[in-house]
Ligand binder design. Structure first.
Ligand code: MIC
Ligand code: SF4
Length: 647
């Protein structure tokens, strides 16, 4: 029998239909997920899609968490929460209400289990890979189909090994590890790979550290990251009264990988990812002294007990000199911090304690000032994400953030506290409180639940089939690394997630070109079709399917780019937008916004098509899989589903 690595083992264990042997890398593979996760920003649209599927009860362990839209200025957020709560009760899910914590933090602590699999409507669902779980992010429609019991189609990834040796020095944290891994793999073009962590260095990383590392693998665009499940995993689960969920998971002797990256933890230093889009990944000491205006310590990446307790030790008896906020990852973490005395230290240091939610990570409060410089422990620093377009947000570890909050300048924590400062912190028992969730109702009770639809919740639009001939104009020409925050920004627009028409009208590409949505709607209303052309890395970042749905509502039927990121490419197919790459990437230079363009879609099954611009033919390659074509032709996943139901 072939020796398997951990990634291959977990894929095989969760493959649909009792598969005996995995396909070669790049070949189709279907996964039957055991768990699913929705959060409130993507969850309403996903739940509306689930309701259209006519299934009475979810087929997976399904967890729904309110964590993104918790500002509740006006009725819209609260209505969405109520809708999700009623959905959760009606269809048999676990519900975690506002304040209970960030979806990935609560999922890790109370639901993630080694050997199992989760697909979530949030790109950082990968966090649970730290528990030896197959954990992937996807668009909400894909998650809803998985909840309804359908297998998820993906390509068998190549498995890249990151072999860890040595041990981290005090003041160097898991965040520094992943920033250094990202420095090697880059932030785009990794859609066909997954990452497996191996080596003697594993022993110095606890489950929270491992989750931090898997969480931010998403920033590299990899399908998922995974750690083995060992005695450290077992101790974590036992501490949370979940010893029965433990199962060991290790690579077979002689398992092979497509590539190996060697990281010696002892050589790593505090690292900073500069604004925007994780530029730099430099040593903190190379930028030490940079003036800062504010510090945010939170997010699903590293707002865990161990990291925040270390922050507590760094702040003990000190005062912060810049506006500093801490948002614990969950109520359980906040209560553990309180029990250990760290909440008192935070308040005494002058820190603002925020809700146990996404908070400033997604521009839901604590936006920096104009031209401000913020240090943040979160995982993304896309343009405008903080809510302040002119501000720069640099990403670093909680230790670097805490040291810098005390000095008011970017500071290597070892400079403030000494190279040998053991960041030992107080360990108190974790807080386990399953009563903080609403557990799935028994079917008889679930059947009686009445759904709550607030006035801000609009049904999903019906999407028409792809015409055989597209003809219209290039509405937008874009460069490289267009993120989903460029396409469909969050921040103050998050409230519109439950009303896709309005979200499209007000927000699509608003940061790039304020005229886009009205120009696109005019082309659409004239019976023509809009095209977008772009560089490499199109659609990086979030799993938000509105970045596919809203452009589609505005009449975009085809996008041509030098390269696409994985989740977004699937979202485009789910909403009936056909995606192509250039046969010759230099052709992008010859195209301009406003050019009249036409495209014959009648034979895209061949994998090729021509974009006709000013009499010239530009050769294109289909970026989506051929198996996606029926869905794209039908107008999207739900349109295809509806037509199959009728047949
Ligand atoms: C993010 O971190 O960008 C988000 C907000 O959590 C998104 C989901 C969303 O857009 O609602 C993600 O990571 O997928
Ligand atoms: Fe929430 Fe930020 Fe994590 Fe996204 S990255 S789930 S916004 S904390």
């Amino acid at each position: 029998m072939t020796a398997l690595n951990v990634a291959q083992k977990i894929l095989l264990a969760n493959a649909a239909g009792g598969l005996k042997q995995l396909p070669a890398a790049g070949q189709p593979l279907e996964i039957q997920f055991t768990h699913t996760l929705y959060q409130d920003a993507t969850g309403t649209a996903a739940a509306l899609a689930f309701e259209k599927m006519g299934v009475d009860r979810v087929k997976t362990t399904s967890v729904i968490v309110v964590d993104h839209k918790t500002l509740q200025v006006g009725f819209i957020d609260a209505d969405d929460h109520r809708y999700l709560e009623s959905f959760s009760k009606k269809y048999g899910c676990w519900f975690s209400r506002s304040g209970n914590g960030i979806c990935h933090s609560v999922f890790l602590q109370d639901f993630a289990a080694p050997g199992k699999s989760v697909i979530g409507s949030d790109s950082h669902t990968t966090n649970a890979g730290g528990m030896g779980m197959l954990a992937m992010g996807a668009g909400g429609t894909d998650v809803s189909f998985a909840m309804a019991g359908t297998s998820y189609k993906m390509e068998m990834p190549e498995v890249v090994q990151v072999n860890l040796t040595g041990a981290l020095h005090p003041g160097v944290l898991a965040k520094d590890v992943i920033l250094n891994v990202l420095k090697v793999i880059g932030i785009k073009g990794n859609k066909g790979i997954c990452v497996e962590y191996t080596g003697p260095g594993l022993k110095s990383l606890n489950v929270s550290d491992r989750a931090t590392i898997c969480n931010m693998g998403t920033e590299g665009g990899v399908a998922f990251s995974i750690f083995p499940s060992d005695e450290i995993t077992q101790a974590y689960l036992t501490g949370r009264n979940r010893a029965k969920d433990y199962q060991p998971l290790a690579a077979d002797a002689g398992a092979t990988y497509s590539r190996t990256i060697a990281i010696n933890l002892s050589e790593l230093e505090p690292t900073i990812a500069l604004y925007p889009r994780l530029k730099g990944m430099d040593k903190v000491k190379d930028h030490a002294g940079m003036e800062i205006d504010s510090v945010f310590i939170g997010s699903c990446t590293n707002a865990n007990y161990e990291n925040l307790a270390r922050v507590g030790e760094l702040l003990r008896g000190r005062k912060v000199v810049v506006d500093t906020a801490i948002a614990p990852g969950s109520a359980a973490i906040a209560r553990q911090l309180a029990a250990a005395g760290y909440m008192e230290i935070f308040y005494a240091a002058g820190v603002r304690i925020m809700e146990n939610a996404c908070s400033a990570c997604i521009g839901q409060g604590f936006s920096p000032s104009s031209n401000g410089v913020m240090l943040s422990t979160s995982n993304r620093n896309f343009e405008g994400r903080s809510g302040t377009e002119t501000a720069a947000v640099h990403l670093c570890s909680p230790a670097t953030c805490a040291a810098s909050a005390v000095t008011g300048k970017l500071t290597d924590p070892r400079d403030l506290f000494g190279d040998n400062t053991e960041l030992a912190f107080k360990l108190v028992p974790p807080v386990v409180d399953m009563a903080s969730y609403t557990a799935p109702l028994p079917p008889e009770e679930a059947a009686k639940v009445k759904m709550h639809y607030g006035p801000g919740i609009a049904p999903l639009p019906n999407l028409d089939p792809l015409p055989p001939k597209l003809s219209g104009e290039i509405l937008l020409k874009l460069g490289n690394e267009i993120t989903t925050d460029h396409i469909q920004p969050a921040g103050k627009y998050l409230a519109l997630r439950s009303n896709a028409d309005e979200y499209a009208k007000q927000a699509t590409f608003v940061q790039v070109d304020k005229t886009f949505s009205s120009r696109a709607a005019a082309v659409r209303d004239a019976g023509k079709h809009g095209f977008i052309v772009a560089g490499d890395g199109y659609g990086m970042g979030s799993s938000r399917e509105h970045a596919g749905l809203c452009p589609r509502i505005l009449g975009i039927r085809a996008i041509v780019a030098k390269g696409f990121e994985r989740i977004h490419l699937a979202n485009l197919a789910n909403f009936g937008i056909v995606a192509f790459t250039f046969e010759n990437p230099a052709d992008l230079d010859t195209l301009n916004q406003g050019d009249a363009a036409a495209l014959d879609t009648s034979s895209i099954e061949s994998g090729a098509a021509k974009l006709v611009v000013g009499g010239r033919e530009i050769s294109l390659k289909l970026a989506q899989g051929k198996e996606d074509i029926p869905m794209i032709r039908a107008g999207g996943a739900l349109s295809l589903f509806a037509s199959q139901m009728k047949a």
